[in-house]
Design a protein around this ligand. Structure first.
Ligand SMILES: Nc1ncnc2c1ncn2[C@@H]1O[C@H](COP(=O)(O)OP(=O)(O)OP(=O)(O)O)[C@@H](O)[C@H]1O
Ligand SMILES: [Mg+2]
Length: 472
């Protein structure tokens, strides 16, 4: 029997159609479900990424917050942990709080006004503000506000990045304090150095004064003696003149010449006229010489103590050496003879008072060294030679004193280094000499010494002088 295809019943047809529609709907639903799954996954991924970024921002010690500037209260829409902690709360509790209610401390009004003004005009702002913690303590915050523009280019948010800079400001303050203290100490040291130098100058002037008084005393004594002699001679001459006058009167009155002449000769013999004729001119010479010597010492003393401690002007170094030798004669004359070999020198631009001070120190050191060497009288010798060497004037001071021990050579220019007993030396002479020659005149000072034989100091001074350089 063959199969018979019967036409489908209408109900069956309707069912088939409904089934197809249902299948299509299920397909669509599956697709939608897949899409939903995918989107959900993507959203989860985005959320996870956002959480990660928030974690990273929370891990920072820098304070970061975002403020929505479109709303009148300007609320925080994001704060990392650090920013929230700085304000004394948790990010969740501070979200939505107004940025304008930052707990500013008194004294931050200007900074706050400038910040608001910048925000109102959409400008970036950087500044420092003093803020209050909930416990009332205050701290400093350094803040940068950067405007953020939305897709429509309109200003929408501000990113606030801040940091508690109290410790840094405190460190800065301490650094500043330290610098100020250091500066004050340096000034104090400079003042002490100046005072010490002045004290040394006064000490040397004081020591010289005794020597100078002694130096002046000798010529003054023979000036005095000569004047006494001249006064006696003048009295004798007066007596003689009286005798001559009365002889003239007698002869004019017709007296016999012989007894009159006899009386005159007796008076002349009494006055020792021949002696007077020989000695009076000598006494005048001695007086003039003594007065010249006193005047020379006084002049040298005045030149030696040059008044201006800063001025440099062209000066005659050879003349300065002679001046110093004059004022310091009493310091060396009992232990040494001085020999000078002064070559021709151009005028040297310098502070001659300071150079005199250096020469005096070298001269006194030489005399002390000869004294320490216990040379027999007449054997002590100080030689001073000058010469011109290109753009420099060279001064050498040599002595045949005790010399300097090799282990001391590196220290003799150190302040307060001395091998002398208390009262004889303070150890400043050479330190000051070097500061004057090297620092203030751009010159050089060298020493050569052989223990037991002697020492030579050589100064080199630039002829043209040197701009004053402050000593270190
Ligand atoms: N010509 C010299 N011969 C031997 N030693 C010297 C000579 N010049 C200096 N010295 C040594 O150098 C040291 C330092 O000399 P400096 O002139 O600085 O100080 P001082 O002479 O001891 O004291 P001050 O000069 O302050 O009175 C001296 O104590 C001495 O030991
Ligand atoms: Mg000295």
């Amino acid at each position: 029997m063959s199969a018979q295809h019967l036409p489908a019943a209408p109900e069956e047809l309707e069912l088939t159609a409904t089934l197809a529609v249902l299948e299509a709907a299920v397909g669509d639903a599956r697709l939608a479900l897949r899409r939903l799954h995918r989107e959900l996954g993507e959203q989860r991924a985005v959320k996870a990424e956002l959480d990660l970024r928030t974690c990273a921002l929370d891990a920072l010690t820098t304070c970061i917050a975002i403020v929505d500037i479109r709303l009148p209260q300007r609320p925080f829409v994001f704060l990392n942990q650090a920013f929230a902690a700085m304000l004394g709360g948790a990010p969740d509790t501070l979200l939505g709080a107004s940025y304008d209610r930052l707990p500013l401390a008194a004294g931050s009004e200007d900074a706050s006004a400038a910040m608001r003004e910048a925000m109102a005009n959409g400008r970036e702002w950087r500044g420092e503000m003093r803020m209050c913690r909930s416990d009332g303590s205050e701290y400093w915050v350094g803040m940068t506000l950067t405007p953020v523009h939305g897709a429509d280019d309109a200003l929408s948010h501000y990113v606030a990045i801040g940091a508690d800079i109290t410790a840094r400001l405190e460190a800065d303050r301490r650094k500043q304090e330290l610098q100020e203290r250091l500066l004050a100490e340096m000034k104090e040291r400079e003042r002490m150095a100046i005072e010490l130098r002045l004290a040394q100058k006064l000490e040397s002037v004081g020591r010289l004064a005794a020597g100078v008084a002694h130096e002046i005393n000798t010529p003054i004594q023979y000036v005095g003696d000569s004047i006494h002699f001249l006064r006696a001679a003048a009295a004798d001459c007066e007596t003689l003149i009286r005798q001559y006058r009365s002889a003239i009167d007698a002869l004019a009155g017709g007296a016999a010449a012989a007894p009159v002449l006899e009386a005159v000769r007796a008076a002349e013999a009494q006055a020792d006229l021949a002696f007077l004729a020989e000695e009076v001119p000598k006494a005048f010479e001695r007086t003039l010489d003594g007065v010249d010597r006193v005047a020379g010492i006084v002049r040298a003393m005045k030149e030696f103590a040059h008044p201006d401690p800063t001025e440099q002007s062209p000066a005659d170094i050879n003349h300065a050496i002679e001046t110093t030798l004059t004022v310091a004669r009493n310091e060396y004359k009992y232990v040494a003879s001085v020999h000078t070999d002064l070559g021709s020198l151009p005028a040297v631009t310098c502070n001659i008072g300071e150079i005199n001070q250096v020469l005096l120190n070298l001269l006194v050191n030489a005399a002390h060294a000869i004294e320490a060497a216990r040379r027999p009288v007449g054997e002590g010798r100080i030689e001073i030679a000058t010469r011109s060497d290109g753009a420099h004037a060279v001064v050498a001071v040599r002595d045949n004193g005790c010399g300097i021990a090799p282990e001391h050579l590196d220290h003799i220019f150190d302040p307060f280094f001395t091998t002398k007993e208390v009262g004889k030396g303070t150890g400043q002479g050479l330190a000051i000499a070097r500061s004057i020659v090297v620092d203030k005149h751009g010159g050089d000072i060298q020493v050569r010494s052989v223990p037991g034989e002697g020492t030579e100091f050589t100064l080199r001074l630039p002829v043209g002088g040197c701009a004053r350089r402050e000593a270190a």
